[in-house]
Design a protein around this ligand. Structure first.
Ligand code: ZN
Length: 308
C-alpha cells in the first residue's frame, strides 16, 4: 500500500514537472546557427583581407587558421554556455590545419560530443578566397595553385568529422562543384544557401525560410534550407542593424519556417557582442539553437519536392 502511494506521488510529481517544462517552450520554432570557416588560401592573402591579420601570420602555411582558431574555441564555448548546438562549416584548409595537431583534433571531438556538427563549406574559383579545389577543368590555368577536385577538399573534412558523416554543406559554384561523392551517395544530404542579397528586402525578394527537397537521379534527397547572413562589411547595413531586422523577422516567422543565421568565424572575432546578442535573444525567446541536421530531423511538416 505504502509503495502504491509512493508511486502515485512520484507519477504526480513527474507529471507536474513535465507540464511546467512544456508551457514556456516555443518548441515549434526551428533555428540554427551556421558558422563559415573561410579558406584563407592564397586569394585571401593576395587580396584585401576582411580583417587585419598581423604580418607574421601572412607567411605561415595556415596563418588564417592559426590566427582564428582561438576565436573558433571562443564561439563554441559561448554556445555551450547556452546548451546550443552549432553547425561548423569548414573549408578544407581548416580541417587540414586541425588534422596536423592532436590537441586540436581532440578539441573538435569534444565539440562533437557537446552536440556541435561538422559541415562542409566550399569556396569556388569565382570566390575571392578560392580554396584551390574545383571541378572546373579550367581551374588548373588559374594563377592560384589548383589543389584537386572538390571531393579531395571534402575528404579533409570527412577525416576530421569521422565517425560522424559530413552530410550538411554550403557549397559555392554549384552545379559544377557538386562533389561526385555527393552526387553518387544514397545518403540524404542537407544543403544550406542564402547570401546577403537574399537576406534583405532592399536587395529584392527574400529567400524562403521553408525548406524544400530536391530528388537526385539515384532517388536520394537533398534538403535545402535557407540562412540569413549576419556579417560585417555589408554596404547598406551595419551588422547591428542587420541583427535587429533579423530579430523582427524571427519573431514573425511561421511555425513551418526555419530561421538560420550564418556568419563567419572572422565576424565573431570582429564583433563578438553582436553574435552574443543573437544567442541571448534566442535564449530569451525560450528557444534552442540546434544543428541543421537536428532541425531537419525534428521538422514536423511535409517538405515539398522541387525540380532541380
Ligand atoms: Zn565562405
Amino acid at each position: 500500500m505504502r509503495l502504491i502511494i509512493f508511486l502515485q506521488i512520484a507519477i504526480l510529481l513527474s507529471a507536474c514537472s513535465n507540464s511546467s517544462e512544456l508551457q514556456p517552450t516555443n518548441d515549434s520554432t526551428y533555428t540554427f546557427v551556421m558558422i563559415h570557416f573561410e579558406a584563407g588560401y592564397k586569394g585571401r592573402l593576395d587580396n584585401d583581407l576582411p580583417i587585419d591579420i598581423p604580418e607574421e601570420y601572412h607567411t605561415m602555411d595556415f596563418g588564417w587558421q592559426e590566427y582564428l582558431f582561438e576565436t573558433a574555441e571562443k564561439v563554441v564555448q559561448k554556445a555551450d554556455n547556452y546548451g546550443f548546438h552549432l553547425t561548423l562549416a569548414f573549408n578544407p584548409q581548416w580541417a587540414e590545419y586541425i588534422l596536423l595537431d592532436n590537441a586540436k583534433i581532440n578539441t573538435v571531438r569534444l565539440w562533437q560530443e557537446q552536440g556541435h556538427q561538422i559541415a562542409f563549406h566550399h569556396h569556388s574559383i569565382n570566390h575571392p578566397d578560392w580554396n584551390g579545389y574545383s571541378n572546373d577543368p579550367n581551374a588548373i590555368n588559374n594563377p592560384i595553385p589548383f589543389l584537386g577536385n572538390v571531393d579531395e577538399g571534402l575528404d579533409f573534412i570527412r577525416n576530421l568529422a569521422v565517425p560522424a558523416s559530413v552530410s550538411t554543406a554550403m557549397i559555392g559554384g554549384l552545379p559544377i562543384d557538386l562533389p561526385l561523392s555527393y552526387e553518387n551517395t544514397s545518403e540524404n544530404l542537407i544543403f544550406a544557401g542564402g547570401s546577403q542579397y537574399s537576406s534583405f528586402e532592399l536587395y529584392g525578394p527574400l529567400r524562403s525560410l521553408k525548406p524544400h527537397n530536391v530528388i537526385k537521379n539515384n532517388g536520394a534527397k537533398i534538403t535545402w534550407v535557407t540562412h540569413r547572413q549576419l556579417t560585417n562589411g555589408l554596404n547598406d547595413f551595419t551588422v547591428d542593424e542587420a541583427l535587429e531586422i533579423f530579430k523582427t523577422e524571427y519573431i514573425n516567422m511561421q511555425n513551418d519556417e526555419i530561421y538560420g543565421i550564418v556568419f563567419h568565424c572572422f565576424d565573431y572575432k570582429k564583433t563578438e557582442e553582436t553574435y552574443n546578442n543573437w544567442f541571448e535573444f534566442i535564449n530569451n525567446n525560450g528557444n534552442n539553437v540546434k544543428t541543421v541536421n537536428e532541425v531537419i530531423s525534428n521538422y514536423k511538416y511535409e517538405i515539398p519536392i522541387e525540380q532541380l
